[in-house]
Design a binder for this molecule. Structure first.
Ligand code: SF4
Ligand code: MSK
Length: 665
């Protein structure tokens, strides 16, 4: 590989180059010799394979791999498999891969929760109100039980759902009644969490399930076991242990790194170690040790969804999203990057080798060649955390030439569904009623979720442009994952961004003082959006099921299999979901039509696909308008088309308030 490839400051390309902070780092002499995904994507000699991209390459047995062309007899699989079968099988396996990541995360959370309830970890049962609510949802009587005993009962019940074989999952009954009945009629209620993944792997083995509809029913069952099962368990138990998020001010982007502190970044998805690092970083012993090497302290910062977890609960700044992980290291200012599971690029290790940085893996499930491995165990959480921090402190004197860009942005995060309740209604009248009322009276057109990853193959900052378009059209935006981080970099998670919102949305949100884009957390926290949607249904006035609501979801820069599982559980919960770039079944019209059309007849929700922010906005606004009409709320609220001059005027006002801040420290 040509490692001399350097980016010009004026150069276009993927968002990691468009982002000023990234460009400043990658164009700086400190990053000489550093190779990131931005380089690799521009240097790749071969374009992505069309068969693979469209989901019609099968390598499920050793008679293949077989590339299939729909409708061409000579291009079926050797076993006779059609494009529809292969595309559906591959889609199922993506759902299995994505949901298994959340399932293992949820299991880990349940095990840590039980250990905490037994007093075996340094964590505590922080949100006892939520603990008692969860007990009631699970059919456990909390009366006269102390918190520890109750937590053991709750944790044991939820841990049991991973290996459960029959019946269904307890949290399915949190969905609107009509939705539960539909799932039951269709026979797609998940029976246990792990079982649904195993069944996908069995069904997609050569010579088992060959009917695309049947395969996709199992994909739905598995995705539901993710969203309403494992992901929800992960979110709820983490909230009980570490605190349910409330509104918190913080900062985002690489500029939050400190020149005169020991910089430790936590990257991946699971909050358990990151919480211990946050607890240990204020130890007097640790502070003393950092002073000894002439650092002013420990600067803990997040990357990807571990970052989102500690941002939501502790307000710890987030240095970067998925596409920034290598760039964060390329500053040369990181003493240790501590990783757990998921979305961790193998490219990190060679980048770290250019500097004094130690890359530390902490999960036995996620080893990386070249990294130091320190196994995390919640029973020894503080001991492991202290060991990691001391290693980072010892690296600080070795820090050489480094460069921290100025770019950082203020944001407000912490919008758990409980916090949205409180923000909208206050302490005594916490409720979604103000939201529903304002949707009904038309001040708010609807609600959109922009979730998921960012992606080196996408040439436009779709999240940001799309969010601006939606809020300008009075649509409240909910965000999670790396999409939230990207929108945060652009200032959209700040109340000042209300200057970019339409008059109706602005009027409502100004009175409650929240931003037009609400950060709801990490990837597993998409389960919070399921509950928020259910609250909207239960509050009344907007139909009887999630599929009636004027809402739409999207993942405009998706890259991981988890995104597919998340998209599928939203579709099967009744939501219109737009993905891009591309969709993994396009090699089969039969399967794509099933996902894009027939699913709507079954679930009231469906998949769709878009490329540009404008395309996404048109489709989502049209769907929201259609739902409003179906509810009899419109007087069709016309989409306001913002031309460049109008946009510039809005942005000029907003920038007066938002703005980037200079370097710190
Ligand atoms: Fe080819 Fe069929 Fe084997 Fe797939 S299962 S690789 S389509 S022969
Ligand atoms: S980390 S899955 S890139 S959101 Fe959750 Fe970001 Fe997507 Fe990973």
């Amino acid at each position: 590989m040509d490692t001399s490839r350097r980016f010009d400051k004026e150069e276009g390309g993927c968002p990691s180059i468009q982002c000023e902070a990234n460009r400043d780092v990658l164009c700086h002499s400190c990053a000489e010799g550093v190779v990131t995904a931005a380089h690799r994507v521009s240097l790749r000699a071969v374009e992505p394979c069309l068969f693979g991209k469209g989901g019609v390459c099968c390598r499920n047995c050793n008679m293949g791999p077989c590339q299939i062309i729909e409708g061409v007899d000579t291009m079926k699989g050797v076993c006779g498999a059609t494009a529809a079968t292969v595309a559906a099988r591959n889609f199922c396996r993506m759902v299995a891969g994505g949901s298994s990541a959340h399932m293992d995360h949820g299991r880990g959370a349940a095990l840590a929760f039980l250990a905490t309830a037994r007093g075996e970890t340094p964590y505590e049962i922080k949100d006892t109100i939520k603990l008692r609510n969860m007990a009631l949802i699970l059919g456990i009587d909390p009366a006269e039980k102390d918190n520890r005993d109750l937590a053991i009962e709750v944790g044991t019940k939820l841990l049991g759902e991973f290996g459960q074989q029959e019946g269904t999952l307890a949290f399915m009954k949190r969905a609107p009644k009509a939705r539960q009945e539909l799932w039951s009629q269709l026979g797609i209620l998940p029976r246990g969490i792990d079982r649904e993944v195993v069944e996908i792997m069995h069904r997609t083995h050569i010579g088992v399930d060959q009917e695309h509809k049947s395969l996709l029913f199992q994909a739905v069952r598995c995705a539901l076991a993710d969203g309403w099962g494992a992901s929800m368990i992960a979110t709820e138990l983490s909230d009980i242990m570490f605190g349910t998020p409330v509104s918190v001010r913080s900062k985002v982007n690489i500029g939050i790194l400190k020149n005169d502190e020991v910089n430790i970044t936590v990257h991946g998805h699971e909050p358990v170690l990151a919480e211990a690092l946050a607890m240990a970083s204020n130890d007097p012993e640790i502070v003393k040790a950092s002073k000894k090497v002439k650092a002013k302290g420990i600067n803990l910062a997040g990357v990807c969804c571990t970052g989102n977890e500690i941002l939501m609960r502790r307000g710890i700044p987030i240095a970067g999203s998925f596409i920034q992980q290598e760039v964060v290291l390329a500053t040369g200012a990181i003493e240790a990057m501590v990783v757990d599971v998921q979305c961790i690029m193998q490219g990190l290790s060679p980048v770290a080798d250019n500097f004094h940085t130690e890359l530390i893996t902490t999960s036995d499930k996620a080893r990386i060649p070249g990294a130091t491995h320190i196994q995390f165990d919640e029973h020894r959480a503080l001991e492991v955390a202290r060991e990691i921090i001391m290693r980072a402190i010892n690296r600080y004197p070795e820090r050489g030439k480094h460069f921290i860009p100025v770019h950082q942005m203020d944001l407000v995060a912490g919008f758990s569904h409980e916090n949205i309740d409180y923000t909208l209604g206050g302490h005594f009248r916490a409720s979604y009623k103000p939201l529903n009322d304002n949707i009904i009276n038309g001040r708010i057109r609807g609600v959109a979720a922009i979730v998921g990853c960012d992606n080196y193959r996408v040439l436009e900052e779709v999240h940001i442009e799309l969010a601006k378009e939606l809020i300008a059209n009075d649509i409240l935006v909910l965000a999670t994952g790396c999409a939230a981080t990207g929108m945060g970099r652009a200032g959209l998670l700040s109340p000042e961004a209300l200057n970019l919102a339409g008059d109706g949305l602005k009027e409502v949100l100004e009175t409650v003082g929240c931003p037009p884009v609400l950060h709801m957390g990490s990837c597993v926290d998409n389960s919070r959006i399921l509950i928020a949607a259910t609250e909207m249904v239960n509050t009344g006035g907007l139909g009887t099921d999630i599929s009636d609501l004027p809402v739409a979801g999207c993942a405009p820069q998706w890259m991981s299999e988890k995104a597919i599982s998340i998209g599928q559980y939203f579709v099967s919960s009744g939501t219109y979901v737009v993905f891009g770039p591309g969709f993994p079944t396009t090699g089969s019209k039969v399967v794509t039509d099933y996902c894009f059309k027939e699913m709507e007849n079954l679930y009231g929700g469906m998949w769709d696909m878009a490329d540009t922010s404008d395309d996404f906005a048109n489709k989502m606004i049209d769907k929201i308008n259609q739902k409003r009409q179906d509810l009899g709320l419109d007087k069709k609220k016309e989409r306001v088309l913002f031309d460049m001059a109008m946009r510039r005027e809005l942005e000029a006002t907003a920038l007066l308030d938002v703005g980037c801040h200079g370097p710190e420290g």
